[in-house]
Design a protein around this ligand. Structure first.
Ligand SMILES: Nc1ncnc2c1ncn2[C@@H]1O[C@H](COP(=O)(O)OP(=O)(O)O)[C@@H](O)[C@H]1O
Ligand SMILES: [Mg+2]
Length: 313
C-alpha cells in the first residue's frame, strides 16, 4: 500500500528562471501514472523532488509506503561503481547502509589489518545479517540472473560502466520490481531497452500491484500501462501540470478539446484586454480637458493593470 501526493510545488533554477509552477499530482494506491512533456519542462527535476534528491522549497511532497527510485542517468554515476553498489543504491535504506558499511570496513581491514578493523568488519557482518542482508543477496541473485544471466556471486564485482545502457536499466528495474518498495518512481525506464525489453517492462508494470509514477516518451508503454497521464506544459511562469484522468487512448482527443477551450478563453481575454485599453485611452483624452474625469481614468487604469497582472489563461 502506498501513494504519492505532490501539492502546489513550484521551483526555480539557480539562475532564477522559473521551472515548475504550482504543480499538483496525486498518485493513488496501485495507480500507474505517466509523466510526459517536452524535453526541459522539468520532469526529471520533479522526480528528483519526489525522491529527495532535490529540495522542495515551495509546495509539499508527501505520501505513504516505502519508495524505490530509478534515476534517469544510471551510467553517469562514478565509473568504478560496481553492480553490487548499484543494487545497494536501489535497496531499502537499512540494507543499503549496512551493505556499504560491510564494504567500507572490509576495505580498511585489508589495507591495515589491525585488530580493531577486524572487529569492525565482524560487527558490520553481524549488522548485515540482522537487517536481512543475506536474504537480500538471494534476491540479488535472482535479479542478476534475470538481467545479465550471471549469478550475483560473479556479477557483483563487475563495474556498471562495462554494462550496456539496456543492461543497466534492466538490472535496476528487476531489482525495483522484485523489491519490497510500495511506490516506484521511474525516470525514463524504457530508455535504451530494446523492443522485447520494452514489452517485458510493460507486462511487469501492468501486473505489479505497486504504485508507479513513470516518465516515458514511448507511446506503446503509455498506451498499455498508464491509468492516468500527467503532462508538463511549458509556460511563462514555469511549467504547469495538466492531468488527463484517463488512458492514453483518450488522451489526444482530451488534449485537443482542452486546447480548443484554452484558445477560446485566450481569444476572450484578448478582446477584454483591447476593451480595457480603449477605455483608458478614452478617459485619458476626456481627463485632459475635464478634471472631473480624473477619478474615472484612475479606476480604468487600475482595472487594466489588475487584468494584465492576472495574465492570460
Ligand atoms: N541543477 C541545475 N542547474 C541548472 N539548470 C538545471 C539544473 N537542473 C536542471 N536544470 C535545467 O532545468 C530544465 C529542466 O530539466 P529536467 O528536469 O531535466 O527536464 P526534463 O526531464 O523534462 O527533460 C532544463 O532546462 C535543465 O537544463
Ligand atoms: Mg528528464
Amino acid at each position: 500500500m502506498g501513494h504519492l501526493d505532490i501539492a502546489s510545488v513550484s521551483h526555480w533554477l539557480p539562475d532564477g528562471r522559473p521551472l515548475l509552477h504550482e504543480v499538483s499530482l496525486r498518485v493513488g494506491d496501485g495507480a500507474k501514472v505517466a509523466l510526459i512533456g517536452p524535453n526541459g519542462t522539468g520532469k526529471t527535476t520533479l522526480v528528483r523532488m519526489v525522491s529527495g534528491d532535490e529540495l522542495v522549497r515551495e509546495g509539499t511532497v508527501s505520501g505513504s509506503g516505502s519508495l524505490g527510485v530509478m534515476r534517469q542517468f544510471i551510467g553517469s554515476i562514478r565509473d568504478e561503481t560496481t553492480v553490487r553498489e548499484l543494487l545497494l543504491s536501489v535497496a531499502p535504506p537499512a540494507i543499503r547502509d549496512a551493505g556499504l558499511e560491510v564494504d567500507r570496513t572490509e576495505l580498511l581491514m585489508m589495507e591495515r589489518e589491525s585488530e580493531q578493523d577486524q572487529m569492525d568488519y565482524a560487527q558490520a557482518l553481524v549488522d548485515w545479517g540482522d537487517v536481512g542482508g543475506y536474504d537480500w543477496e538471494t534476491g540479488a541473485d535472482v535479479v542478476t540472473m534475470a538481467a545479465l544471466g550471471v549469478p550475483y556471486e560473479k556479477a557483483q564485482w563487475r563495474t556498471v560502466a562495462t554494462l550496456s545502457g539496456g543492461e543497466q536499466k534492466r538490472l535496476v528495474l528487476e531489482a525495483l520490481l522484485r523489491g519490497p518498495q510500495d511506490v516506484l518512481v521511474l525516470d525514463e525506464p524504457d530508455n535504451y531497452l530494446d523492443v522485447p525489453g520494452k514489452r517485458w517492462l510493460e507486462e511487469q508494470l501492468v501486473a505489479s500491484p505497486k504504485t508507479v509514477l513513470f516518465v516515458s516518451h514511448d507511446r506503446e508503454l503509455l498506451d498499455h500501462v498508464a491509468t492516468r497521464i500527467a503532462t508538463l506544459e511549458p509556460g511563462r511562469v514555469g511549467s504547469s501540470l495538466w492531468v488527463h484522468p484517463g488512458r492514453f487512448a483518450t488522451y489526444q482527443q482530451a488534449r485537443e478539446d482542452r486546447n480548443a477551450r484554452l484558445e477560446e478563453a485566450l481569444r476572450r481575454w484578448d478582446e477584454e484586454h483591447a476593451k480595457l485599453k480603449a477605455l483608458v485611452i478614452m478617459y485619458r483624452q476626456k481627463a485632459a480637458y475635464n478634471s472631473d474625469m480624473a477619478a474615472r481614468l484612475q479606476a480604468a487604469e487600475t482595472r487594466l493593470a489588475r487584468f494584465v497582472e492576472a495574465g492570460p489563461p
